[in-house]
Design a protein around this ligand. Structure first.
Ligand code: SAM
Length: 198
């Protein structure tokens, strides 16, 4: 039995994110989470939003931990975690009317971010919503000294990592037929970006 991984940040940000999901995933039925990480958000949001089927997903190395959270919670609306890497050639055959991803765009390479948005329409149902949480730069500038420090630490982990420019990410979303619906400030200099379309 794998011990449940734990991220304190997930406990800190979950209610601010949940308020956004309450507003934008209200009329949706099936959500795909990309890069579920520990699995904490999947359990918390699936429990709070029982009208949604919440499909957690991540790369192979994180599946055991996510599974441990899902197994313990025993929720009726969380199917088994999906192994999913945006780089993989074959994407899920199912379509979702809600997609959620937190703290992933600064971890992926920019080529992976481009791939994520380019292929997103394949898994989006009509009138879908995309919610992306994380830190972003605006006008080429960090929004805080702590985000600038965070960017240095990301690049020390791997040079391809880094805080993304909101305008560049929104450009990818628009090229995939998505329209920005909201850009909400979150605690600790993070944002929740919400697009609609599909
Ligand atoms: C910093 S963690 C965030 C985890 C969780 N969403 C959270 O907010 O705590 C970044 C996540 O992105 C995932 N990730 C990185 N590259 C990915 C890729 N190419 N495809 C899918 N997920 C990826 C990692 O496996 C990891 O779970």
């Amino acid at each position: 039995m794998i011990e449940k991984p734990y991220s304190a940040a997930c406990d800190r940000n979950r209610d601010a994110i949940l308020a956004v999901l309450h507003d934008h995933f209200a009329g949706r039925r099936s959500a795909l989470e990309i890069g579920s990480g520990t699995g904490q958000h999947a359990v918390y949001f699936a429990k709070a939003l029982p009208h949604l089927t919440w499909q957690a997903s991540d790369r192979a190395e994180n599946l055991g931990g996510i599974c441990a959270w899902l197994d313990e919670a025993e929720l009726a609306n969380t199917p088994p975690v999906l192994e999913f890497d945006v780089r993989q050639p074959v994407w899920p055959a199912q379509r979702y009317d809600a997609v959620y991803s937190a703290n992933t765009l600064h971890i992926m390479s920019w080529a992976e971010v481009e791939r994520l948005f380019a292929r997103l329409p394949e898994v989006l149902a009509a009138d879908a919503r995309l919610v992306v949480y994380g830190p972003f730069n605006y006008g080429g500038r960090f929004t805080s000294a702590s985000n600038a420090d965070f960017d240095v630490s990301l690049k020390a982990q791997a040079p391809y990592r880094g805080i993304r420019d909101f305008e560049a990410v929104d450009g990818l979303a628009r090229a995939s037929g998505l329209e920005l619906l909201e850009d909400r400030a979150m605690p600790a200099n993070n944002r929740c970006l919400v697009w609609g379309g599909g």
